[in-house]
Design a protein around this ligand. Sequence first.
Ligand SMILES: C[S@@+](CC[C@H](N)C(=O)[O-])C[C@H]1O[C@@H](n2cnc3c(N)ncnc32)[C@H](O)[C@@H]1O
Length: 263
Amino acid sequence: MELWRHYLTNEGRTIHKWHHYFSAYDVHFPRFQSRPCLFWEIGVGQGGSLQMLKTYLGPHAHLVGIDIAPQKRAIEEEQVAIRIGDQSDEQFLAGLIDEFGVPDVIVDDGSHQVDDVCNSFRYLYPRMSKTGVYFIEDVYTAYWPNCGGSLHCEGSIIEVAKNLIDELNAELSRGAVAPTEFTSSTMSMHFYPGLIVFERGPSDPKVSERIPNNAPTGISARVHRLRGRVYKIRHYSDLRPAGGSGPGPTRASGDGNSPVLFF
Ligand SMILES: C[S@@+](CC[C@H](N)C(=O)[O-])C[C@H]1O[C@@H](n2cnc3c(N)ncnc32)[C@H](O)[C@@H]1O
C-alpha cells in the first residue's frame, strides 16, 4: 500500500482518486518502480496524482500529463511534462508518441465522456509498449447520460470491454471468435468497481503447453515466454533443499540467464 501511504500523507497538490483504486495500483504498478518508465496520465486535475506517482515510480520515470485546459501547463516540474490537447484528437496523440516515445503506462482519468474514452483507447492501446498497462478510471460514467452514456450504451467502454472478453478468449474458442490484434497483444483484462485495466503481453494459451499433473521431473528443458521474458519451467519436485526455499518464481535453480517458474 505504498501509494496509499503517499496519498494519506500528501502535502502537495490535491489528488483526486477513489480510495479503492489504490489496491488496483498495488497489483499493476510495482513492476514499473525504480526503472525507466514512461507514464502518461490523461486528465491532470490539480496535478496531485502526477506528483504522487513521480515519488512512487522513482527518479528514472518520466511522466506526461495530458489535459485540455491550458492552465494545467503550470503543473509541469522535473520529470513531469504537461501537454495541452484533446484526448480524442489522434493527431495530438500521435505527436505525443513522436515526442516522448511509446508509453509503458496510460491512465485515462480525463473527460470521462463515452466517446473520448473509447477514442483514446482505440488509438493508444495498440501503439503503447507491448508489455504496458492501460488503466481506464471512473468507467461507471459510461452509464451516465451527462457523459453520453446509458446502460448497454453501444460504443461505451463498458460495452467495448465486454466484447473484448471474447477477443481475449479467441484462441481457445474453437473457432467461435476470430483472433485479432487485441487477442495476440493482451495478456489479461481486470475489472474493478469503476476501473478497467488491460495488461499487454503475449497471452498464455498460445505459448504454453498444457502440463499434465503427473508430469515427470525431466520437464525442466521446457521454456515459457511471459511478458517477453523467457522462463524455464520446472516441477516443484526438482527443488533441492539447498537450491530454493520454496515454490514460486525464483532464480535459485536457474542457469543464470532464465528465471525459473515452478509448477
Ligand atoms: C478528474 S480530473 C483529473 C484528476 C487527476 N487525474 C487526479 O487524479 O488528481 C479530469 C481532468 O481531465 C481534463 N479533461 C477534460 N476533458 C479533457 C479532454 N477532452 N482531453 C484531455 N483532458 C481533458 C480536465 O481539464 C481535468 O483536469
